[in-house]
Each structure stands twice: as C-alpha cells, then as structure tokens.
Ligand binder design. Sequence first.
Ligand SMILES: C[S@@+](CC[C@H](N)C(=O)[O-])C[C@H]1O[C@@H](n2cnc3c(N)ncnc32)[C@H](O)[C@@H]1O
Length: 242
Amino acid sequence: MKQLLNEKLLTFIDSDKEYTILDFGCGSGELLETLSKVVSKNSKLIGIDTIADVVKQAKIKLPKIDFRQEQFINSFNFPNASFDIVISVDTFECIINKESLVNEIHRILKPNGKVIFAHWDWDTQVYNSMHKNIIRAFVAKFSDWQQPWMDSSDGLMGRKLWGQFQGKDKFQGHMDSFSLLETEYKTGMYGYDRLHDLASLVKKGDINSKEYDLILHEMKSLSISEQYFYSLTSFIYCGTKI
Ligand SMILES: C[S@@+](CC[C@H](N)C(=O)[O-])C[C@H]1O[C@@H](n2cnc3c(N)ncnc32)[C@H](O)[C@@H]1O
C-alpha cells in the first residue's frame, strides 16, 4: 500500500537528477529507499526520526542512507539552504509547533527548493456498512485518537496542509491526492488493520465492545459476499520556496 503512495510521490521529482533530500519523520526509510533507486547516484539522502530503534534498524537495512535520530521541537540542526527537497509522510500531525516546522523547512531549503508533504486525512476513512451511525462514530474515534508515540494528533491534517504551507509568502504550490481503495479484508490490508487497531479503544472503554463485535462480524460477512469496501485519502502539498 505505502509503495503506491511512494510511487505517486515520485511523480513530483525528476528522475536521474542530483538532489539533497531530507525525509522528515522517515520511519523505517521505505520512501528514501524508493527515492534512492530513482534519483542520481550522487544524491544525498537524509532521514530523521525521533524513535531510536526505528532509526537503528533503518541504518542497518539501508547503510548508504544517512539516518539520524532527532526529535523536531522548534528547529532543525541543519544550516540555511541545505536541501533541494524536504519530503514528509504522515508526520505533520505529530508536531506541536507546526508554524516553526514550516519556517524551518523554508530556512533549510535552497532557493527554489521543494517541499512535498503527504498526509492521510483520517476523517476520509470509508467502510461499507449498514450501521451508518456506528461506523461514522468509529471513523471519528480513530481520527481523534492520539496514540502514545504522538506529541499531538489531528485527523484533519491532510486537508489542512494547504493552509499550513500556502498563503504565508513562503511557498507557492498546489494540492494533489492519493486514494487508497481496498476490497480485500484480511491481515496486512490497511482497512482491516486500522479496524483492528481500534481494539485498544475498546479496551480503554472508548468504544462499546458490542458495537465493535457487530462491525467486525459485518465486515467478515461483507468480505464473504464480496461487498467489503474500504477507502482512505491522502492529500499532498507540493510547493516551491519563494
Ligand atoms: C506515522 S509515522 C510515518 C513514518 C513514515 N513517514 C511512513 O510514512 O511510513 C510518523 C513518524 O514520525 C516520527 N515523528 C513523530 N514526531 C516527530 C518529531 N517531533 N521529530 C521527528 N520525528 C517525529 C515518528 O517517530 C514516526 O516514525
């Protein structure tokens, strides 16, 4: 699934060109790995993430990429005009001081550098269901859920990217989108896994267990009768430094 989004993100980058790229909140480095196969071999790829273990694993798996364990609070440890591209997927909602992040990205980009930020808009989750009110409530619960590894959360982050970057005399850009569509309900599929993530909220008492069981049962039945359908949209801001 992530591969499809990564391929979409590649359409914003010229292949075979030499770049210095920062992936902010790079996780296991999948996106940088994909980028490394497309951009010129002399390109410099840097990933930063706050979770030490994730960064350690990424370093072992992809030794040619420069992974650093850093937590963004208000600033980056990079000189002015260091990067051609700053890219980030599904990390912006975790940042408390979003305005500092936008200012810092502007500072570390070279003249005409590019910012490419993609983010799921969790409120766009769609599950086919006959239990309209329950499924709507579940989507809202997921959207508002601040998981332990997040400093902050915003289920509407995808649609807010435009307002965060554009119109502040820093970037000139456009919005794009990527919709994930699934008709298979099994482990490893995004919709299946997100519904099963909600078991944590059932445990905490935030979701009614009878309603949860009803929906799990319905999804299985829909899958058997080939009527299961799930969708989620990621919005993408691609802008150039002014
Ligand atoms: C939802 S994950 C996305 C990971 C990766 N971009 C991907 O799409 O698979 C968000 C990542 O942002 C990292 N993160 C959250 N807050 C951060 C911060 N303040 N500074 C650096 N990384 C942060 C988390 O550790 C996590 O790996």
